[in-house]
Design a protein around this ligand. Structure first.
Ligand code: MET
Length: 758
C-alpha cells in the first residue's frame, strides 16, 4: 500500500544554533548590516525547508520569520498604525515590534493558549490596507528554489484570525474588517497561483476558540471570496478541536481541512476532533490534514498517532485523502534532540523534538492501515472506536488527592490578617527580582565552568543579597526581597532542585522576537528533595529586622512553563508540584519567614480555548495553589503575584486563591484590574503595580502619586490604606540599577507623601 501523504504546517524559525537571535541582536546594535541579517535569515530558512523535505515530507510550509508571523502579516497587509508612518522596511518592522522614538511598540499577547507571544495588530479608526507582498513572494520563491515547486507551500495568517486577534480600535464588526482585507488576500492568492504553488495554507487558529462559533457568516463569506481565485486552499485550524463549528467549517470551499487531533498535552478531557468526525463524518472530496503528531509535546508518539489514523480509515476517510502532519506548528518545540548530551539514556528514545517529529510523521504515514469504512459515522460502532482510542491514549489522573485540610488555611483572612505583620498605610515592597547584572551572570557562568567554587559563588551571591537588603533599608521599603540574584529563571531554578524534571542544554523555543526560553521537561513524579530557597532567605533576613519575603514560583506557573508529561493529567502534575512546594513553604516558615510570596504569573494562560473547560481548569489550578500555601500558619502572610494579562473574567478564581496579599501588573491597563477588584468587592490586601517595569523610564514621584490616588479612587478595599500596597508592576531583573534605584526611591517618596496627606 502506498504511504499516506505528509505535510508540515510550521517549523522552528530560530535556527539550529539560534542564528536568528544572534544576527538580529547584532543588527540592532549596528554590528551587523541589513545584508548580513537577511543572508543569515535566508540560510536558516533554507536549512529548515531542506530538513523537512529531506526527511521525506511531501508538502512543506514555507515558514520563516525574523520576529513574528503576525508582525509579518501586519507588514504584508500594510496595516501600519499612524505613529509608525514614515518608516519603511526593517526599520518599520522592528519599530512596530520594539517601539521607536515617540512611538510605543505594538502590544504583545500570548498566542492562543501557548507561551508564544505575537504582536497585536491595531485596527485604528479609518485604518487602511496598503499591501506589500514582496517579502512573502520572495520567501516562497526561495522555498521553491530550495526544495522544488511541488513541495513548497505558502502559509498565511487568515483574514478572520487576523481581525479577531487584532485590537479593534475602530469598533467595526468583524465582518466589515474582514471584508476590507479580502481584496489584498485575493491579490496575494492570485500572485501565488501565478508562481505555481500546489496550494496555500490559510491558518485560522482563532476558529478553535468558543467565540468562533458565532463567525459562520464571516468565515463563509471570506472563504468564498478567497476560493474564487482558484488556488487550492488548505484551511489550518490548530490548537484545539474546532468544536461546534465543525459541521459548517468542513463545508467551507477549501480543498484541504487541517485539524488538530491532540490539543494541549496532558489534558484530562481529550480533544474532540476524532469524535466530531465519528459523529458527523468527513466530507468526501476534501483532503483531511490530520494533525496527529503532537506539535506541543516533546514526548515521542506513544502510539496515539497511528491509532488515530487507523480510526479515521475505519470511519471511512479514504487513505488517499489523509495527510499526516503535526497537530500545531512545530515552532513550539526545540529543534533537535541530537544536540542534547545529558539526557538520561532511558529517556532519550521517549523524546522527540521538531526534527524527530518529522521522522514520526513519515513513520506514521507508512504504517499499515485497517480496512476502510468498518464503522460508519454516527453509529454506535463509530462512537465505540472513539472511546477505545481515548481509553488507551488519554492522560490518566493519578488519583492523587488532597484532603480538606490541605485545601484550607487554618483560619480565614478576616481572622488571620490581624496576626500577620502590621505596617503603616501604603506599605511598600517590590515583586522579587532585582537587576540581573552582567556581573551576576558572569559569576554564574564561572561557577558553571568550574572557575569559581560553589563556596565562593555562594559568598558572592550573599554579597549581592547584602547590597539589595542595604539598599532597600536605606530607601525605607517596608517588606524586603533578597533580589533573586541566584536565579537564572523562575521556573528553571525550582525545577533543578525538584525530583522529576530535567533540563535541556539547547532546547530553545521562541517566546517572542529574539527572546527564547528553554522549558524544563517534566519526566517523572515531581517531589521535594530539600529546601530550595531557605539559604538565600536566611542570609537576607539575618541582615535586617524588617520582614523579608520568601520567594517561590507557584505550581501552576511551573507546570504551564514546562513541557508536561502526557501519560498523567496536568492536574495530577500540578498537585505533585503543589505538594512539593508546600514543603518549601514550611521550610521557609521554619527558618523564620513571616511573608511568603508564591508567584503565579502563568495562571491565566493555562485557560483552555473552549469556555466550557475553564471551570475545570481553574478548579484544579487554584486548588494546586491553595495546597501549596495552606500549610502556612495564620501568622504567615501569603502573597501572590499575577501579571501578563487581564483577570476580570476569572475574578472568582482569584478570590478563591485566598492570598493575603495580591500584587498585580497594573500600570499599562489603566487600573482596569483594580476597578474590577473593587467592583467585585475583593476583600484582601492588594498591591497594584505603580510603574511599568518593561520601560527604562524612571517614574516621577508625581506620576506614582497619581497612580496611587487613581486606584484609591476606585474604592478598592473601602479605601483602607493599610491594605493597599505600593509596589512596581513586576520583578526588576531586566532593568539596570541606574533606573531601579531612582524608580524605587520615587516610589517610596510617593508613598510617604501620600501618607502625609492622610
Ligand atoms: N518574583 C518574580 C520576579 O520578581 C516574579 C516574576 S513574575 C513574571 O522576577
Amino acid at each position: 500500500m502506498a504511504p499516506l501523504a505528509t505535510s508540515t504546517i510550521g517549523y522552528p524559525r530560530i535556527g539550529g544554533n539560534r542564528e536568528i537571535k544572534g544576527v538580529i541582536e547584532r543588527y540592532w546594535k549596528k554590528q551587523a548590516s541589513q545584508e548580513e541579517l537577511l543572508s543569515v535569515a535566508n540560510e536558516v530558512q533554507a536549512q529548515a525547508w531542506k530538513d523537512q523535505a529531506g526527511a521525506g515530507v511531501n508538502l512543506v510550509a514555507a515558514d520563516g520569520t525574523l520576529y513574528d508571523q503576525m508582525l509579518d502579516t501586519i507588514y504584508m497587509l500594510g496595516i501600519i498604525p499612524k505613529r509608525f508612518q514614515g518608516k519603511a522596511g526593517l526599520d518599520l518592522l522592528f519599530s512596530m515590534a520594539r517601539g521607536a522614538e515617540g512611538a510605543t511598540a505594538l502590544d504583545m499577547s500570548k498566542f492562543m493558549d501557548t507561551n508564544y507571544h505575537y504582536e497585536v495588530p491595531e485596527l485604528e479608526p479609518g485604518w487602511t490596507c496598503k499591501p506589500d507582498f514582496s517579502h512573502i513572494l520572495d520567501k516562497v520563491l526561495r522555498c521553491q528554489a530550495t526544495i522544488g515547486k511541488e513541495k513548497a507551500v505558502p502559509m498565511i495568517m487568515g483574514p478572520v484570525s487576523f481581525v479577531c486577534l487584532a485590537k479593534s480600535l475602530d469598533g467595526q464588526p468583524v465582518a466589515q474588517s474582514v471584508a476590507k482585507l479580502l481584496p489584498a488576500y485575493r491579490e496575494l492568492l492570485k500572485q501565488l497561483q501565478g508562481m505555481g504553488v500546489p496550494e496555500v495554507q490559510v491558518h485560522e487558529p482563532y476558529l478553535a476558540t468558543t467565540q468562533a462559533e458565532a463567525l459562520q457568516k464571516e468565515c463563509s463569506q471570506a472563504f468564498q471570496e478567497l476560493a474564487a481565485e482558484g488556488v487550492p486552499l488548505n484551511l489550518v485550524v490548530a490548537y484545539d478541536d474546532v468544536g461546534e463549528t465543525y459541521p459548517w467549517l468542513v463545508q467551507l470551499p477549501v480543498a484541504v481541512v487541517s485539524l488538530d487531533f491532540l490539543g494541549v498535552p496532558g489534558a484530562a478531557i481529550p480533544n474532540r476532533t476524532l469524535e466530531l468526525i465519528a459523529h458527523h463524518g468527513f466530507p468526501a472530496g476534501k483532503v483531511l490534514g490530520a494533525g496527529v503528531i503532537d506539535g506541543r509535546s516533546v514526548w515521542a508518539d506513544s502510539g496515539v498517532a497511528p491509532a488515530l489514523i487507523s480510526a479515521l480509515v475505519s470511519l471511512g476517510v479514504a487513505p488517499g485523502s489523509i495527510r499526516v502532519q503535526s497537530s500545531v506548528s512545530l515552532q513550539h518545540l526545540p529543534i533537535d534532540l541530537n544536540k542534547e548530551t545529558k539526557i538520561p539514556a532511558d529517556l532519550r528514545p521517549r523524546l522527540a523534538f521538531a526534527q524527530q517529529k518529522l521522522g514520526e510523521i513519515i513513520r506514521v504515514a507508512q504504517a499499515p492501515l485497517p480496512a476502510q469504512g468498518t464503522a460508519a459515522a454516527g453509529t454506535p460502532a463509530a462512537a465505540q472506536l472513539v472511546q477505545s482510542v481515548r481509553e488507551q491514549h488519554c492522560a490518566k489522573d493519578t488519583g492523587l488527592s488532597v484532603n480538606v485540610d490541605q485545601l484550607n488555611r487554618s483560619e480565614p483572612y478576616t481572622q488571620r490578617r490581624a496576626k500577620q505583620i502590621q505596617l503603616r498605610p501604603f506599605p511598600t515592597t517590590s515583586i522579587g527580582s532585582f537587576p540581573q547584572t552582567p556581573e551576576i551572570r558572569r559569576l554564574r557562568l564561572q561557577n558553571k565552568k568550574g572557575l569559581l567554587s560553589d563556596a565562593d559563588y555562594a559568598k558572592m551571591i550573599a554579597g549581592h543579597i547584602g547590597f539589595a537588603i542595604g539598599l532597600q533599608e536605606a530607601m525605607d521599603i517596608d517588606v524586603l526581597v533578597h533580589g533573586e540574584p541566584e536565579r537564572t529563571d523562575m521556573v528553571e531554578y525550582f525545577g533543578q532542585e525538584l525530583n522529576g524534571m530535567i533540563f535541556t542544554e539547547a532546547g530553545w523555543v521562541q517566546s517572542y522576537g529574539s527572546r527564547y526560553v528553554r522549558p524544563p521537561i517534566i519526566c517523572g513524579d515531581v517531589s521535594f528533595v530539600k529546601p530550595i530557597t531557605v539559604d538565600e532567605f536566611a542570609i537576607a533576613q539575618s541582615m535586617t529586622s524588617r520582614p523579608v519575603k520568601g520567594m517561590l514560583t507557584g505550581p501552576v506557573t511551573i507546570l504551564n512553563w514546562s513541557f508536561p508529561r502526557v501519560d498523567i493529567t496536568r492536574k495530577s502534575q500540578a498537585f505533585q508540584l503543589a505538594l512539593a512546594l508546600r514543603q518549601e513553604v514550611s521550610s521557609l516558615e521554619n527558618a523564620g519567614c513571616r511573608v511568603v510570596q508564591v508567584d503565579e504569573p502563568a495562571l491565566r494562560e493555562g485557560l483552555p480555548l473552549k469556555a466550557n473547560r475553564w471551570d475545570g481548569y481553574l478548579s484544579w489550578a487554584v486548588d494546586a495553589f491553595r495546597v501549596t500555601c495552606t500549610t502556612a500558619k495564620p501568622e504567615t502572610q501569603v502573597v501572590t503575584h499575577l501579571c501578563y494579562s487581564d483577570f476580570q473574567d476569572i475574578m472568582g478564581a482569584i478570590d478563591r486563591m485566598d492570598a493575603d496579599v495580591l500584587t498585580i501588573e497594573n500600570s499599562r491597563s489603566d487600573d482596569e484590574m483594580v476597578r474590577a477588584l473593587a467592583n467585585a468587592k475583593y476583600g484582601r490586601d492588594v498591591g497594584p503595580g505603580v510603574y511599568d517595569v518593561h520601560s527604562p523610564v524612571v517614574p516621577t514621584v508625581a506620576f506614582i502619586k497619581d497612580k496611587i490616588r487613581s486606584f484609591v479612587s476606585t474604592g478598592i478595599l473601602g479605601g483602607d490604606t493599610k491594605l493597599i500596597w505600593v509596589n512596581p508592576d513586576c520583578g526588576l531583573k531586566t532593568r539596570g540599577w541606574a533606573e531601579t534605584i531612582p524608580s524605587l526611591r520615587n516610589m517610596v517618596q510617593a508613598a510617604r507623601e501620600m501618607r502625609e496627606e492622610l
